[in-house]
Design a protein around this ligand. Structure first.
Ligand SMILES: [Fe+2]
Length: 280
């Protein structure tokens, strides 16, 4: 099995593309270790050329962790329920195709225990555009000026499903889904549960305010943080190929969908979330 770095547009973003792995077959222990080590050290792993049924996608998820059922029932497959569909033709969008998740975010931060990783499997991609962009928030924290870092050390932010500051249109929850997603608080600097490395942990879609500050102070701090974190030097853009399976680490990355494609062309993925830990 070869591992090689590819498509790195910005050197700060560490991405590995892996070829020669067939996830429909059982992997050896050494390959499982290699894949997990690569995932943890690079934050984003792209496994090219996969042909997976939804059940095989769940099995592939078990290579990296424990698959979980995502919040929104309308996106889930009936069988297996751990797999959901992300599409510009999603039924929640009505007749007109649309693109969701176009603002920077990390998945699942409105839960007390957010998913450790997200896996996206490319089922249909437009003829051009439609990439997914990433930000490495460990690199952001490492590059942060000392004064800015001191301003967030030990601070926590309140994440809400419907944040006062969120720019994205978020899906409507059923009353049962609403009961599962009360407001939660997470540290702004997070220690990775497996590597021990620290990263900035922000979700501009879901953070409402920083605890212990006035709303004006909190907004000023978040604006400053986001300005710094969104810098292009921390970004990587993934140009999808059919059969790409990407797994990214939600502890230390953010992502967003690009809108630079003909929205009437289908852009569709199967998505799997892996259970995570309470951020500390
Ligand atoms: Fe997302």
């Amino acid at each position: 099995m070869n591992t090689a770095e590819i498509d790195i547009e910005y050197r700060e973003m560490r991405v590995v593309s892996v070829s020669g792995v067939d996830l429909t077959k059982a992997l050896s222990d050494s390959h499982i270790t290699l894949l997990n080590d690569s995932f943890l050290s690079h934050h984003i792993l792209c496994l090219r050329g996969q042909t997976l049924t939804p059940h095989q996608l769940v099995s592939a998820g078990r290579v990296f962790g424990e698959p979980q059922v995502q919040l929104l029932g309308d996106y889930r497959l009936d069988d297996p329920p751990e797999v959901s569909v992300i599409s510009n033709y999603n039924k929640l969008g009505g007749e007109k195709p649309h693109v969701r998740a176009t603002h920077w975010h990390t998945d699942d931060s409105y839960f007390a225990r957010p998913a450790k990783a997200t896996m996206l499997f490319a089922m249909a991609i437009p003829s051009s555009g439609g990439s997914t962009q990433f930000i490495d928030t460990e690199a952001v924290l490492n590059a942060m000026p000392d004064e800015m870092r001191r301003g967030i050390e030990g601070r926590r932010a309140v994440h809400k499903y419907h944040s006062r500051r969120g720019k994205a249109v978020v899906a409507v929850r059923t009353p049962e889904e609403e009961a599962l997603t009360p407001d939660v608080s997470h540290p702004l600097i997070r220690t990775h549960p497996e590597t021990g490395r620290k990263a900035l942990y922000i979700n501009p879609n879901r953070i409402d305010h920083v605890e212990g500050l006035s709303i004006a102070e909190s907004d000023a701090l978040l604006d400053e943080l986001y300005d710094f974190a969104f810098d292009v030097r921390f970004q990587y853009r993934h140009h999808w190929q059919l059969g790409d399976l990407i797994i990214w680490d939600n502890c230390c990355t953010m992502h967003r969908a690009s809108t630079d494609f003909n929205v009437f062309e289908r852009r569709e993925f199967q998505r799997l979330l892996l259970k995570g830990e309470v951020p500390i």
